[in-house]
Design a protein around this ligand. Structure first.
Ligand code: SF4
Length: 297
């Protein structure tokens, strides 16, 4: 298949339909052309990423120490204990939630994670895919292919909008991660190419306007818990798409709306720690304390 560049989502969908293949195949082919690496090399590389993702879930779950800034400690263990005590149900949502918390907290403790698409949003994709694998017994090679779908979605988002909180707010970071996870999960579950596109659109629509307002400028509050909420967002979007629900606004137009929303967002809400939760009375106190501790060191 000839593909000079992936420009937008419609192009991804059309190329897949013309070639009677999945979006992951289109993205893998594109990667082979643009990196001049072989299929085997790229699959190996992605398998390496998948192993790091799985390990980050395990490491994050086992971690008991507080994060670097000291704002969050053992949130995955807290949820795990609540499940064990049957205070909350043990279903795929609660498992996804605790895995997203685990990986995001590991990131805030300088552990090894895969930025997908960024470090701040690193918990969403592993949480969704590890839980899907546990539930449906998907082999690693199928998950690896779904990661190419996620990569293609990230590429389209980066090209046509943004994947950086400093540029587009958290809609661009955790929002993009959730769309990547929604699309990957939909393909993994046997959804059609068009259903993958719908999952991306549905997921992204629900996060438009999400601000980037990290307390004290650290990727801890609200980032860690936000990973868990947006992992669930991804699952809901995928379920809706697989059920046959369609987004009234086409996916590329939703991506365009995300870009425009990011441009309209004031700087105070784009990772500057000057607005939103960072500017609340508590957020300011924490920010000041963190600053003083930094100067004392
Ligand atoms: S709030 Fe900002 S720093 Fe935190 S995850 Fe979202 S985009 Fe990243």
């Amino acid at each position: 298949m000839a593909l000079d560049a992936i420009q937008n989502f419609q192009q991804l969908v059309e190329t897949a339909l013309e070639n009677h293949c999945t979006i992951s195949e289109v993205v893998l082919e594109y990667e082979m052309e643009s990196t001049e690496k072989s299929r085997v090399e790229l699959l190996e590389q992605m398998l390496g990423n998948w192993r790091v993702m799985k390990n980050s879930v395990l490491e994050g779950m086992a971690k008991q120490e507080a994060t670097m800034g000291g704002l969050v400690k053992g949130s995955a263990s807290i949820v795990e204990a609540a499940i064990a005590a049957k205070r909350i149900s043990e279903d795929r949502l609660s498992k996804t939630v605790l895995r997203a918390l685990a990986v995001a907290e590991l990131n805030a403790s300088m552990g090894l994670i895969v930025a997908a698409p960024t470090a701040g949003s690193c918990g969403i994709l592993p949480a969704v895919l590890v839980t899907a694998q546990e539930e449906k017994n998907y082999p690693d090679d199928k998950i690896v292919m779904s990661l190419f779908t996620a990569a293609g979605i990230g590429l389209v988002l980066a090209k046509n909008a943004s994947i950086a909180g400093a540029e587009g707010g958290c809609q661009a970071e955790c929002g993009s991660a959730a769309s990547m996870a929604a699309g990957a999960l939909t393909e993994l579950a046997g959804g059609t190419v068009n259903q993958v596109a719908e999952a991306v659109a549905l997921s992204l629509k629900n996060v438009l306007g999400l601000t980037c307002d990290p307390v004290g400028g650290l990727v801890e509050v609200p980032c860690i818990k936000r990973n868990s909420f947006l992992a669930v967002n991804a699952i809901v979007a995928s379920d809706l798409a697989l059920a046959g629900i369609r987004s009234v606004i086409p996916v590329d137009e939703v991506i365009g709306a995300m870009k425009e929303t990011g441009e309209l967002m004031p700087l105070a809400l784009k990772e500057t720690a000057q607005g939103g939760l960072a500017a609340t009375p508590t957020g300011k106190v924490i920010g000041k304390k963190l600053q003083e501790e930094t100067f004392e060191k």
